[in-house]
Design a protein around this ligand. Structure first.
Ligand SMILES: [Fe+2]
Length: 401
């Protein structure tokens, strides 16, 4: 695979290069020829929200994303409004029903704000669907073409955990801003003077929460149906605090752009954060989206400046001698990390910096992670305990612990 082919259009437009992507999201070389379900990367994360107009504003003002396309009554959409937002190679689509009989309105009533569709970019939609159907996957939409004056997009969809779906998208013959039915639209939001050009460059991973006992079934689904492989950080043991526990395993597509950690609750003394999610989301769903940044300190400062709240990290986290020894030398002084609550984890390949927001909607469900990788291809397993204890303090405040 040539260097050019290794990058998708979004990444080229965002002026990312191969070396940056290797660093940012742990991109690896792989041979797609033997892959039964080749996936080249993320296409979009599609959100169902209660108010797409205001959510789109939040993503522009707080997360620094650019509005690029729109669909609504003016474009002939009689069902919902949709705003397409980008930051580097990351694309979000926020959708909100305005027709009360819209299926989106039902979805939102059941689940609250959340991700309905983790859309993936694939070079051959038909090949993927044929393989998925042969493996017993639920095909929600058979392959079809959508066309307008900008060309043709081929897409299909399969069911994932809960009410989440994977739309498979081949936009190689399309030059429009998103999909047929959408028109180009620019942000009216004006960035503050001196604001960074963007606050994150790509989506790194999306975590799914599934019911007790279902994690291995979904790992098997991604292995068998979608050709994903298990990543090195594939831990079956409970990740436990004194009170609650969960299990987590990670699958990834061939080039590692798309990484799906899958969590299930484990039995503990109190209600696990995964149980709280499942209760309030109304079943399995996407728990958090990790956004890859090359400067987590600046990004955290910018988000905090816009009022985004992060989980607090206890001072003991930074003062713990064992932890400090394990962290070793990182690119910023520990004091800078501590001032912002940024966590560090290290493995044999390098280290990563990460931080987690509080839930972004009304329900205690979906939230964001910011991640800055320096060689580590992990997910911060060394931080799970410190992090879960911080989450438990928040659960306690909500009376859900
Ligand atoms: Fe994560």
């Amino acid at each position: 695979m040539s260097l050019e082919q290794a990058l998708n259009d979004q990444e080229r437009l965002a002026q990312l290069d191969r070396a940056q992507l290797e660093q940012l999201v742990g991109l690896v070389e792989y041979d797609a020829s033997g892959d039964p379900f080749p996936v080249s990367g993320w296409d979009a994360l599609v959100w169902a929200v209660g108010n797409a107009t205001q959510t789109a504003h939040f993503y522009q003002s707080a997360l620094g994303m650019e509005l690029v396309a729109y669909s609504g009554p003016e474009t002939g959409n009689r069902d919902h409004l949709a705003y397409v937002l980008e930051s580097g190679a990351a694309r979000f689509v926020v959708t909100g029903a305005y027709d009360p009989s819209s299926p989106l309105a039902d979805h939102h009533r059941r689940h609250g704000d959340g991700i309905v569709d983790i859309a993936l970019s694939v070079p051959d939609v038909d090949r993927c669907i044929a393989h998925a159907a042969g493996q017993g996957a639920t095909v929600l939409e058979q392959p079809r073409d959508l066309s307008d004056e900008h060309g043709t997009v081929r897409l299909a969809a399969i069911a994932a955990y809960g009410d989440t779906r994977h739309t498979l998208v081949d936009r190689s013959r399309y030059t429009g801003p998103y999909l047929p039915g959408y028109v180009a639209r620019r942000s009216t939001h004006v960035k503050r003077d001196g604001a960074p050009r963007r606050l994150f460059q790509a989506v790194d991973h999306v975590v799914g929460n599934v019911e007790l006992g279902a994690m291995d079934r979904w790992v098997d689904f991604y292995n068998r149906v979608m050709g994903f492989t298990n990543m090195a950080e594939f831990v079956g043991e409970d990740i436990a605090t004194e009170y609650s526990a969960l299990m987590s395993k990670v699958v990834a597509n061939g080039n590692h752009r798309v990484k799906f950690p899958l969590n299930e609750p484990a039995t503990g003394k109190k209600k696990s954060q995964i149980d709280e999610y499942l209760e309030f989301y109304g079943g399995p769903g996407a728990q958090h989206v990790a956004l890859a940044t090359n400067d987590i300190l600046t990004t955290v400062d910018a988000l905090r400046g816009e009022g985004v709240e992060f989980l607090a990290t206890p001072a003991s986290y930074y003062e713990d001698a064992e932890l400090r020894a394990r962290i070793g030398e990182v690119r910023a002084p520990i004091e800078e990390l501590q001032a912002r609550g940024v966590l560090v984890d290290r493995d044999e390949d390098g280290y990563l910096l990460q931080i987690f927001t509080k839930p972004i909607g009304d329900r205690p469900t979906v939230f964001f992670e910011l991640i800055e990788r320096h060689g580590s291809l992990g997910f911060g397993i060394g931080n799970f305990k410190a992090l879960f204890e911080a989450i438990e303090r928040e659960q306690e405040k909500r009376g859900n612990f």
